[in-house]
Design a binder for this molecule. Structure first.
Ligand SMILES: Nc1ncnc2c1ncn2[C@@H]1O[C@H](COP(=O)(O)OP(=O)(O)OP(=O)(O)O)[C@@H](O)[C@H]1O
Ligand SMILES: [Mg+2]
Length: 345
């Protein structure tokens, strides 16, 4: 895949607060890439720098290999969709979508054709004459997406575009957006603080915290192989345990040694281990190294969330089997269920 946008060591400071501390990122053609992280970590700032609404203090911003930091926003082949739809209330649906083309004095028949195509793309055929203020939140956001895409940008930037929608509509629009991205075949850079949204839509997830990129990977990579405690705890629920990497494929934690599949750490390096709640099995105590007592059981709709108290800690386990509080149990997991991470300083 070809790199379309490259950020090299981008930094940005607002009022003495450094909000981007050296961002390095390559974004490919046709990629659905999501910036994911908690509030204030620098997602919107990164997006605004790519769009040209803000300028980095240092670093390089390349588009197709050309430095564009000084290029004004309207000259970049990029369009943005915000959480607030920012539609023009005095214009109808078709006029809102056609806005960019009308400014460029595009031929009227071409405009009509393109608007029609866009309406079809976002599932709003027949809505041409509707007053935008009469549309639902989800429909308004579709208009905003059509209005951005009609300019045929190479990249669409979306900053929490579904943030204002209710849970059900959000899910529906997630599927829709992914479909639209596939259909138009351009790069989407998507911002969200919702890990489920990021994992379900993206080709690549960029996990950010406090002005740094913590990990870049596919949704399965960042979920199954989090590189550090921050990523592991931000993405899904986890048991995070301090341990020692004795040598390749052998790790020690909780007073026992376990085979694992991780390599490349120093001998006896201090590390942290992630065990996902769904990867731990509850067995008879005599069948396991780690023994404990069921501390609590909560039914979560599809599975039970069971806390097991061991000598040193509590483990969270997700299982469809029921175990009574107070029962003595053992915990087992396979080598591939143990995920070894760098220890955060
Ligand atoms: N124009 C500005 N002036 C001063 N501080 C700013 C400005 N824009 C952003 N910041 C600060 O920079 C930090 C990062 O902000 P940013 O908007 O990039 O975060 P975010 O990851 O998008 O968060 P959220 O999920 O809440 O939208 C925050 O502490 C914010 O207060
Ligand atoms: Mg933001």
């Amino acid at each position: 895949m070809n790199t379309l946008i490259e950020l090299k060591n981008i930094t940005k400071t607002f009022d003495d607060q450094q909000v981007l501390k050296g961002i390095n990122l390559k974004i490919n053609e046709n990629e659905f890439l999501t910036l994911l992280g908690p509030s204030g970590c620098g997602k919107t700032t990164t997006l605004r720098i790519i769009a040209g609404f803000d300028e980095a203090d240092s670093g390089e911003l390349l588009f197709d290999g050309i430095e564009i930091s000084k290029l004004p926003p309207y000259k970049r082949e990029v369009n943005t969709v915000f959480q607030k739809y920012a539609l023009f209330p005095h214009l109808n649906v078709a006029e809102n979508i056609a806005f960019g083309l009308n400014i460029k004095k595009t031929d009227k028949t071409v405009v009509v054709q393109k608007v029609e195509k866009m309406l079809e793309l976002v599932g709003l055929s027949g809505f041409e004459k509707r007053d935008v203020t009469s549309l639902s939140g989800g429909q308004q956001q579709r208009v905003a997406i059509a209005r951005a895409l009609i300019n045929e940008p190479k990249v669409l930037l979306l900053d929490e575009p579904l943030g204002a929608l209710d849970a059900r509509l959000r899910k529906e629009m997630q599927t829709e957006l992914k479909k639209i991205q596939k259909e138009v075949g351009i790069t989407f850079i998507y911002v969200t603080h919702d890990q489920e949204e990021a994992l379900s839509m993206s080709d690549t997830v960029v996990v950010m915290n406090d002005g740094y990129i913590q990990q870049i990977g596919t949704p399965t990579d960042v979920y199954n192989e989090p590189e550090n405690r921050f990523v592991a705890s931000f993405i899904g629920e986890s048991n995070i345990i301090k341990g020692t990497m004795i040598r390749d494929c052998l790790v020690s934690f909780d007073g026992f040694e376990f085979e694992c599949v991780d390599k490349g750490f120093k001998e006896n390096e201090e590390i942290e281990v992630v065990l996902r709640p769904e990867d731990i099995d509850i067995v008879k105590p005599e069948n396991a190294k780690i023994k404990g007592t069921v501390e609590s059981v909560v039914f979560k709709g599809v599975h039970y969330e069971i806390m097991v108290r061991t000598e040193l800690r509590s483990y969270m386990i997700h299982t469809t089997d029921f175990f009574e509080v107070g029962l003595d149990v053992g915990l087992t997991f396979g080598p591939e269920d143990i995920h070894v991470m760098w220890k955060m300083v």
